[in-house]
Design a protein around this ligand. Sequence first.
Ligand SMILES: NC(=O)c1ccc[n+]([C@@H]2O[C@H](COP(=O)([O-])OP(=O)(O)OC[C@H]3O[C@@H](n4cnc5c(N)ncnc54)[C@H](O)[C@@H]3O)[C@@H](O)[C@H]2O)c1
Length: 333
Amino acid sequence: MKIFVTGSSGFIGFALTLSLLKKGHKVHGYDSVNKYYDVNLKYARNKILKKFNNFKFTKGLLENENKLKKTILKFKPNIIIHLAAQAGVRYSLKKPRTYLSSNIIGTYNVIEIANLAKVKHLLIASTSSAYGANSKSPFSEIDKADRQLSVYAATKKATENLAHSYSSLWKLPITMLRFFTVYGPWGRPDMALFKFTKAIIKGKKIDIYNNGKMYRDFTYIDDVVKAVELLIKKIPKLNSKKRIKNDSISSVAPFRIVNIGNQKKVYLKNFVKELEDALQKKSTKNFMPMQKGDVKLTFSNTRLLKNLTGFQPKTSYKLGVRKFIDWYKSFYL
Ligand SMILES: NC(=O)c1ccc[n+]([C@@H]2O[C@H](COP(=O)([O-])OP(=O)(O)OC[C@H]3O[C@@H](n4cnc5c(N)ncnc54)[C@H](O)[C@@H]3O)[C@@H](O)[C@H]2O)c1
């Protein structure tokens, strides 16, 4: 297949692109390689991808409609996987406009061009943060989700709505991927596991929000990659006779939302304990109040993913944390 991946220099985009290249697909990556976090990490990821003959890369902004259009129309992909975005809940308190630009205008451009390019399937990254203030858990795709708590989450939810409208108008098949706290080797330096690891090694304090009374559904990167690869072939169909139980598929568009999570809520304190054990070093904790815009719990129901693909993420955080630490040490120490 010819697959266009936005955000290929990012954490998930890199891991997915690498796996697709190894399977022999032709991949064209597109990324602005922005400075939201250490660009050296992004360059190091790019360097690995560029070793493959079946990989091409364009550095560009999603907002640069002409460049994006030219690149996509020239490549003629069958599939587009749109992962580039301004991620991070906390940064969206400081720089909300960046989220509107990258996530809303940027995603609008991708959808518009995907439609023009008549791709078979467009897959777009969304987030568990879209569930916002929902208290019923585990979170299911068919639950109402209209009380987002951060600008990040609001822009992601907005792209789901935008994507639905395009899918309904032009019958463009779209799957929204609601990722739950993805972690693992080559991960994101702005996320807890990365920050905690760096601080513990340096003997610095780690910030623990809501006094540690937080739960996250930590999902290992390899499981995420596998889930996305399997979903590529699960093209949503309008009025499909084969109904799946609790399917989130739209009744008026070839559009579906799928959770990609580990179906476990892990207590933050236990997660930190595991990290300390793996590093063989205790942390010093700086207990903080609940951070504005954050949610106390994420917890996925992934039965839809299982029904569609036969697969559910299952890597335990104990194993995943150790794999992350091994990579971190080999890369930084
Ligand atoms: N990692 C997670 O836990 C998680 C959880 C939920 C959702 N997501 C979503 O998954 C996707 C991938 O996340 P990630 O963790 O790999 O993040 P990441 O920040 O590592 O990767 C995103 C990439 O997009 C690029 N980018 C950002 N804005 C751009 C723009 N305007 N134009 C072009 N390129 C741009 C960045 O340079 C970066 O390389 C994002 O859409 C994110 O919102 C991630």
